[in-house]
Write a protein that binds this ligand. Structure first.
Ligand code: SF4
Length: 290
């Protein structure tokens, strides 16, 4: 009670062991908190709005480009994309058959794009050999994006060095740290992304398109070989003497990380050798699910 009287006697000021807080100061602090909160909410709304506007813009651009690009050849598709997009275009290669053909087309036609690969740290020695041979052949450096060191350390600590065999979630975590997060950095600030997907490769990929808007990475995504068959890609590579992964000749139709890829039999689908222990319908690493 004495304490309350003391408060009243000091015109609303509280005296407590030498620390004096005024009600006016308290009101000012509350007002500042409200202002901060309002600013935070406004900023969140603005960034959601910006993302929405961006999504609408890029979807409209992809929709406009689709009928134009679909009827063109792969080289013409990439040339047209370069003309239409002002800003960085990234081509991601895993040195697969399709990627090697696309790289040949890009270099041969002088199309200005960033060449990037995601080095997961678990690739086949043959892939590293092809990487070196490719740079030599085309006279271009392919920029490597690596996983974040601390995330790799945490992943291996959590699930072990080969923990991806234990469950689909563990495998998805590994793919996220070694591939998806690095891809996010590779595409940061880019306006478009060129990838080597073909409709024929799997049931899931048949639902994709030559060109579309990738909402996850916020880019226009072009798959220039989308409607090519494997044979046409092989023939192009042979005709142009494009270097290809020596594993293809050993039955590896699709080459990814060494512990997660095996050779396939003659009647198996192209991607049957990737994460062969998993349900066929759900086999993607997360790079192409945006
Ligand atoms: Fe990890 Fe295998 Fe995915 Fe490579 S393919 S990132 S090793 S789970």
């Amino acid at each position: 009670m004495d304490h309350l009287k003391e408060m009243e006697g000091r015109d609303g000021r509280i005296v407590d062991r030498g620390l004096i807080l005024g009600l006016a100061d308290g009101a000012a602090a509350a007002a500042a908190r409200t202002t901060r909160k309002t600013a935070e909410i406004t900023s969140e709304l603005n960034s959601e709005l910006t993302a929405e506007i961006w999504r609408a813009e890029i979807a409209a651009k992809a929709a406009r480009l689709a009928p134009l690009l679909e009827r063109l050849s792969p080289i013409e598709r990439m040339t047209k994309l370069r003309e239409e997009i002002s800003g960085r275009i990234v081509f991601t290669t895993s040195f697969g058959l399709e990627d090697q053909v696309i790289l040949h087309m890009l270099v041969d036609s002088g199309i200005d794009v960033d060449l990037v690969t995601l080095d997961t740290g678990r690739l086949f020695p043959e892939t590293y050999e092809l990487w070196a041979a490719t740079e030599k052949r085309f006279g271009r450096r392919v920029r490597a994006i690596y996983p974040q060191q601390d995330e790799i350390a945490a992943l291996v600590e959590r699930q072990g060095i080969n923990g991806f065999y234990e469950s689909r979630d563990a495998r998805a975590s590994c793919c996220h740290v070694r591939k998806v997060e690095p891809l996010r950095r590779a595409l940061a600030g880019a306006k478009a992304w060129i990838a080597g997907l073909r409709a024929e490769q799997s049931a899931g990929r048949r639902d994709m398109a030559v060109v579309g808007a990738d909402a996850g990475y916020r880019v226009i995504k072009l798959n220039p070989l989308f409607d090519w068959g494997r044979e046409a890609v092989q023939q192009f590579a042979a005709a142009k003497n494009v270097p290809v992964n020596s594993l293809h000749a050993k039955g590896f139709a699709s080459v990814g990380c060494a512990p997660c890829t095996r050779a396939i039999g003659p009647s198996e689908p192209e991607r049957a050798g990737r994460w062969w222990w998993e349900d066929e319908a759900r086999k993607e690493c997360g790079l192409h699910t945006g």
